[in-house]
Write a protein that binds this ligand. Structure first.
Ligand code: CMP
Length: 138
């Protein structure tokens, strides 16, 4: 198990002014932030990031949304980081997210669901390197 995972505060949450509250909860949950930046992805960048979902019917909607505004990309460290971050985010569909999770509090739909997190250590390493160079990680 790796101690690093990758997260995004998605354009819906940034646009609604939830960035600070989400960062606060990340820190309060014991994560160390090893990389963080505010970016506005192009459609092409977001298609590259979500390439595993290219055949899904929602791919167009997903990549349109992810390139619709600014988001915050994060490299997060904690013991068993992938699971810890997924637990804090809650279920992909906010209607199924537990009380106390970020998606329960901040997400409005399965598409506009406030945050993203890696689903495995392998994907965490790939996703961190998609957005961060080694020099940008502390
Ligand atoms: P995320 O964790 O970023 O990974 C893939 C994303 O696809 C997921 O969060 C959802 O926001 C999105 N997604 C999954 N299912 C659907 C759907 N049925 N319609 C729109 N977006 C979806």
């Amino acid at each position: 198990m790796s101690n690093l995972t990758f997260g995004i505060i998605k354009p819906d949450a940034v646009a609604k002014g939830h960035t600070g509250k989400i960062i606060d909860k990340i820190l309060a949950s014991g994560f160390q932030i090893r990389g963080m930046k505010l970016i506005h992805q192009s459609k092409k960048q977001s298609e590259g990031f979500y390439a595993v979902h290219a055949e899904r019917p929602f791919f167009g909607e997903l990549t349109e949304f992810m390139s619709s505004g600014a988001c915050v990309v994060l490299a997060l460290e904690k013991e068993n980081a992938v699971k810890a971050w997924r637990d804090l985010m809650g279920a992909t569909n906010p209607a199924e997210a537990d009380e106390g999770t970020l998606r329960k509090e901040f997400a409005s739909s399965i598409g506009e669901n406030a945050v993203h997190g890696s689903d495995s250590d392998e994907n965490a390493a790939i996703e961190i390197s998609y957005f961060f160079s080694k020099l940008e990680l502390v």
